[in-house]
Design a protein. Structure first.
Lengths: 92, 471
């Protein structure tokens, strides 16, 4: 049984605000979903991984675009700017 | 007046090239339909203001003697595929105000062909759902019964095509999101082989399942659209070429496998089963051999990987780089408030579930086992395809349900039983209309789904056309 406290802890780990009311509503839903997908625990076997058809796909590490081509468009999407920098609150 | 109801890409191409009508005439006809129907159906979240300009450019190209399969063809694009300079939100509040800085590879290819981009279509937020009810911008209604859902997650594109608000549409398919709404709306939906179409510019839901696919009125139209959008892309390292997998041959006679143990179980609508049996009779009348095969129910495996990848992919939305920003006391609170308010309920639920299955102590029991089960399923499919050319199921165990009917999230997950295997294994699958069932005086469309081995799209197109009498 998933407790409300566990839901609140998951929300904290995922950095999502969840109200106590929602945590309470979500607990039985998450419980029934985990109960269903929990049938996976009974899967057994020692199977070699299938090597995917595509592996180690790489390309040359070279610049493929013109410098500054996207700067303005990208900055325009940021909620807060200072000059050409995206602004965030101080961490330390 | 252009007869939009019976128009296909093939027919429109001929008419445009013969100058029976212009791209502007065609685009205007669709704009008129959209204006009439969209307020009620809510298929489009935005209709672009430059549609007629795009059409004028297409007409100029046609006048110069250019002809491409999609030149002047009006398309609807799902809201999780980015177009340079246009808004894109994945039907989420957290991307409010976001303007895409570049074209997705599929858009670049469509523009090169000269397609008309009509607008962006509604979906379940971040492609999580099965009904388009999880959109932050309201549900998309099914044009066959306004009380019912359009299916999902690409419900907007499916309704746009089925109600003549677009000639074709693009969707994305993570666990059935192109095929299931296509079947609910009586149109064709294709999920290509994983890697066939570049995912560059498609907002990631489940990176190891996602694939962009066309929603169209005919199988031939789906083939035309796929031909334009497919191909190896240096921006998506998972894209494949025609040589990556062995070629599947188009045949005169196919052997078709049907997983009866899955179809006979509880929860599959009786009328869906009847319709499915009629479809089988029809295929047998063409001389195809239909045989019983075994496939497991892989919903548990599907949803564990879904939750895990979703929680990881959606961690990029933090209110710093783009979209919604809710201000808190410090940076951590900015994140927590932005994500709490920006993501809808189902998205929050899946992020928590993903965080759970990936957390220390549960990782091996859930995610580890799911990866193991994925390998087992891949082997089972390989085995199946050694004795049959195609696998056939209904696309959905039930017809379009009533809006609000499946309020319990698990009950909605269970409706994906037939569509998820193709995504887990990475094989192509197509949903084609198989008739109607009558419920409460309304005719609701049904669909059947064919799955083929990796790179077997040509076989899907061949059998789809035969089934629908396109050839």
């Amino acid at each position: 049984m998933v407790t409300i406290k566990e839901i609140e802890n998951l929300a904290k780990l995922a950095r999502i605000e969840i109200s106590p009311k929602e945590a309470e509503e979500m607990a039985p839903e998450i419980d029934s979903i985990l109960g269903y997908v929990g049938q996976i625990i009974s899967v057994t076997g020692d199977i070699e991984r299938i090597v995917p058809k595509l592996r180690n796909v790489t390309r040359e590490d070279i610049v493929t675009t013109v410098s500054g081509k996207y700067t303005e468009k990208l900055l325009d999407n940021a909620p807060a700017l200072e000059g050409n920098y995206i602004k965030v609150k101080k961490i330390l | 007046m252009i007869d939009l109801k019976n128009l296909t890409i093939t027919k429109a191409r001929k008419a445009l090239d013969a100058k029976e009508f212009s791209a502007v005439d065609l685009a205007s006809a669709y704009l008129t339909e959209i204006e009439k129907k969209n307020p009620e159906l809510n298929a489009y979240l935005e209709v672009y203001d430059d549609v007629l300009e795009q059409a004028k450019t297409a007409d100029q190209r046609i006048a110069k003697g250019e002809s491409h399969p999609l030149l002047g063809i009006p398309l609807a694009i799902k809201d999780n595929i980015v177009i340079d300079g246009k808004r894109a939100t994945s039907a989420s509040k957290i991307l409010q105000g976001y303007v895409a800085p570049y074209d997705a590879t599929v858009i670049e290819k469509l523009k090169k062909d000269g397609v008309i981009l009509l607008g962006r279509t509604n979906m379940d937020e971040f492609a999580l759902g099965s009904s388009t009810e999880n959109s932050a911008y309201g549900v998309t209604k099914n044009s066959y019964d306004l009380m019912r859902v359009s299916g999902g997650t690409s419900g907007g594109s499916a309704v746009a095509v089925s109600s003549n608000m677009a000639l074709a549409g693009l969707g994305s398919d993570t666990g059935g999101s192109v095929r299931q709404p296509a079947s609910f709306c009586g149109v064709v939906g294709l999920k290509p082989t994983y890697g066939r179409v570049s995912r560059y510019g498609l907002m990631a839901a489940v990176s190891s399942f996602d694939q962009i696919g066309p929603i169209t009125k005919t199988v031939e139209d789906a083939e035309i659209v796929l031909k334009v959008i497919k191909g190896k892309d240096s921006m998506d390292s998972t894209t494949i070429t025609d040589e990556t997998y062995p070629k599947s041959d188009v045949k005169q006679k196919y052997t078709i496998g049907v997983p009866w143990d899955l179809i006979k179980r509880e929860g599959i609508d009786l009328k869906v089963k009847e319709n499915f049996k009629e479809a089988i009779n029809r295929l047998e009348s063409f001389g195809f051999e239909v045989k019983d095969i075994k496939l497991p129910n892989c919903l548990a495996l599907y949803y564990i990987i879904n939750f895990a990848e979703v929680s990881s992919n959606l961690s990029r939305f933090d209110g710093v780089k783009y979209g919604l920003h809710v201000d808190g006391k410090n940076l951590l609170e900015d994140y927590i408030l932005t994500r709490g308010q920006g993501f809808g309920r189902e998205v929050r639920r899946r992020i928590l579930l993903g965080t759970f299955v990936l957390s220390a102590g549960y990782y091996d029991a859930y995610y580890g086992k799911a990866q193991l089960a994925r390998v087992v399923l891949q082997k089972e499919f390989k085995e199946v395809f050694s004795s049959v050319d195609l696998v056939l199921t209904p696309t959905s165990p039930v017809p379009a349900w009533k809006i609000g009917e499946k309020s319990d999230p698990l009950s909605m997950y269970l409706a994906d039983i037939f569509t998820v295997p193709a995504n887990i294994v990475g094989i192509p699958a197509i949903s084609v209309p198989s008739g109607f069932m009558e419920v409460e005086g309304k005719k609701l469309p049904l669909g059947i789904q064919f799955m083929a081995p990796h790179s077997g799209e040509s076989v899907l197109f061949d059998i789809g056309k035969k089934f629908l009498g396109e050839k």
